[in-house]
Ligand binder design. Sequence first.
Ligand code: ZN
Ligand code: ZN
Length: 448
Amino acid sequence: MMSKYLIKGGQVIDPANHVDADLDILIEDGRIAAVSKNLAGKKVAAGAEVIDASGKIAAPGLVDMHVHLRDPGRADEETVESGLHAAAKGGFTSVACMPNTDPVTDSASVVEYIKHQAADVGFGNVYPIGAITRGLAGERLSEMGDMVKAGAVAFSDDGRCVMNAQLMRRALEYSKIWDKPVISHAEEADLARGGQMHEGYWSTVLGLKGIPAAAEEVVVARDIILAELTGGRLHIAHLSTAGSLELVRRAKERGINVTCEVTPHHLILTDENLQGYDTNFKVNPPLRTRQDVEALRQGLKDGVIDTIASDHAPHARHEKEMEFDYAPFGLIGLETTLGLILTEIVDKGVVSLSEAIAKMSLNPSKILGIPKGSIGIGDIADLVIIDTNVILEVDPSRFESKSINTPYGGWRLKGVVSDIFCGGNPVIRDGDFVKDNRTKSFSGAFKV
Ligand SMILES: [Zn+2]
Ligand SMILES: [Zn+2]
């Protein structure tokens, strides 16, 4: 395979190196060899295959630090393989996956299994997040050190809140040994119990049990206090309320080691969207009010919110089609996040394209401590080329994901991924996968 590529004439956006200009990028032997004007015709680029990116954006491969790949355990909903295809189609070359798998990712062997599955796919980077507590049971700490050795990049009990403050304190203390973040799914279990949507006007109108903003905020406050106590690195997942944002804002002002993320749906949708009882709008944390959305957008703009993550949560169709009270929480986002952010956030002037790219590549890489999100000389060539001149209608039947639980079907979104390079190899060219690896069958049930 040719190992030299010249990406010509694109608008290169590389926040890590403060680059936003029309430049050429030379890839050689898997790494960025040059980023400069008019490389075509120069000796250094001799023999390179040329990719015309004029009129398009070339950026670091996007990094999604919050996805659920359902592997091991629910191959019908998603696998590492299908998840990486969905990621690439959506512009992501790296994902960090949450440990609520079956078995739970709470030991080195499951971390290794996920890494092996990813290596078999042949492209994309999967960074497992290890469970804070064994079996996500919230009772005893998991084998954190073993998991770090096997490749875990962070810890979380995502899907559940660590309700025992002493355990959370110890997790934050231990994680300092390896300088890994502890990711908080902030949801006070008793306040949230039985809740179906945000508690407020619309939950009353619709007759659904509410989850108050306070269920999130009391845990955000607790975890910030514990981060201050321990000096550990706290990351708040899927921040959803104006109150949580204020808590993080004040904590950052006081120098506490806290970062946070927001999902596209919490930046775009509100509890009003639940009117049709469409379970694709049923997410956790729930869609909040217009005021919360406005606050989160402000937080994104002024930098209190560090990253945008999809919280890609595949669910089987028959489970999502159950009665609202019984349907699981979650929506899939890998293939819509980029388009949603370009259309609803960048084009509407909330943040610049460069800021949006930073929040979807450089910033999550820094939080996870992974060498991604940058296209400086010598960096591994993970790249996305985005054609922002195209508007596409979301068609879930064409998703790479094995699941279709999205509320965005029929939405018209700007931008399409035309090319993806991973480790210097082309994965997507002109909108199509270069090599379809999916002829290989799923390797079967996972055994511990
Ligand atoms: Zn969560
Ligand atoms: Zn999640």
